[in-house]
Design a protein around this ligand. Structure first.
Ligand SMILES: NC(=O)CC[C@H](N)C(=O)O
Length: 304
């Protein structure tokens, strides 16, 4: 039996005084002041046991991690046509890259780059009565925690500075791959990214992917087949142009966000959420990746 508490405490100890911690995302001004010294880990086994260390109980902006949750909400509601509007190939490009979108006639490479997430946002804006509230309630239900909320300042900060996302949404609209107004889709997208969670809440939110889709939702659960496919997309596309590196170093499906969070999972075994706000050049948490590399190396628990 692995002493998980000892493993994550050792990783925290190894990394907590690291000098080279990457750079906090400052292209979203409201995120620029987050203290790069934060480092939290929360591990949740499928049998319900949990292990935590460091700043596991502080809220942070989940940013692109939300893209997996919008996909998980949309897929059971729109299973037939979704994959006609967004592909499932890794892009090998940064999360906000646009030239492939033009080359490929407005069909984003996958749902985890920004353009693909905007198509999923558009689907939810079309399907939901009160899109932002309904999605927030979905997340609250998945985690079974009604306190989860948007950070409205972060959403507003992105609205004021998100020129790349405006460009992506306009391009999608020009190619006929957005049904709704560009501003409505972006408003939804900026809010989904501005949800705040702790490592503990995030490890809970992703249990469904480790558990063949099953979680505490009463309706709209993922089927085992849908959960399998989302895991495949996380593995191949969850870290943008560093997806290969993450598979090589860590060997788990996962997703990062520019708030410095990473959540990863081993089907049938566990989910693990790590938060360290400093990012590497590819926009993924620098120490978060190192922590997870140490975790799968020390425990020998990975999909490979
Ligand atoms: N990789 C990320 O977390 C990017 C999300 C961010 N909201 C953006 O659209 O730029």
């Amino acid at each position: 039996m692995i002493d998980f508490q000892n493993v994550i405490d050792t990783i925290h100890h190894n990394l907590k005084d690291e000098v080279f911690r990457g750079l906090v995302a400052n292209y979203i001004p409201e995120l620029a002041d987050i203290d790069a010294q934060n480092l939290g880990i929360h591990l949740r086994l499928l049998d319900g046991q949990t292990f935590a260390t460091g700043d596991w109980n502080k809220k942070f902006s989940i940013q692109s991690v939300s893209k997996v949750l919008t996909l998980a909400m949309a897929l059971p509601m729109y299973p037939e046509n979704l994959w006609q509007r967004v592909d499932v190939e890794p892009s090998g490009n940064p999360f906000n890259h646009l030239s492939l979108l033009e080359l490929e006639n407005g069909i984003p490479r996958n749902p985890l780059i920004n353009a693909g997430a905007l198509v999923i946002a558009d689907i939810l804006v079309s399907l939901l009565k009160n899109p932002k509230e309904d999605f927030l309630n979905y997340v609250r239900n998945v985690v079974d925690d009604p306190t989860i909320a948007f950070n409205l300042k972060v959403a507003e900060s992105e609205r004021l500075t998100g020129y790349n996302n405006y460009a992506a949404a306009n391009l999608l609209k020009a190619y006929g791959n957005l049904e709704n107004d560009v501003d409505d889709v972006l408003d939804f997208y900026f809010h989904q990214c501005a949800i705040e969670m702790t490592c503990e809440q995030l490890s809970k939110a992703f249990i469904m992917f480790a558990n063949h889709g099953a979680c505490c939702l009463k309706t709209n659960q993922l089927s085992p087949s849908q959960a399998k496919r989302i895991n495949a997309i996380m593995l191949t596309c969850g870290f943008y142009d560093e997806a290969g590196e993450f598979a090589f170093e860590v060997g788990l499906p996962g997703k990062s966000g520019v708030g410095g969070g990473i959540v990863a999972l081993l089907p049938n075994h566990f989910t693990i959420a790590v938060w360290s706000p400093g990012l590497n050049m590819k926009g993924n948490s620098l120490l978060g990746m190192q922590a997870l590399e140490q975790f799968t190396t020390m425990t020998k628990l990975s999909i490979f």
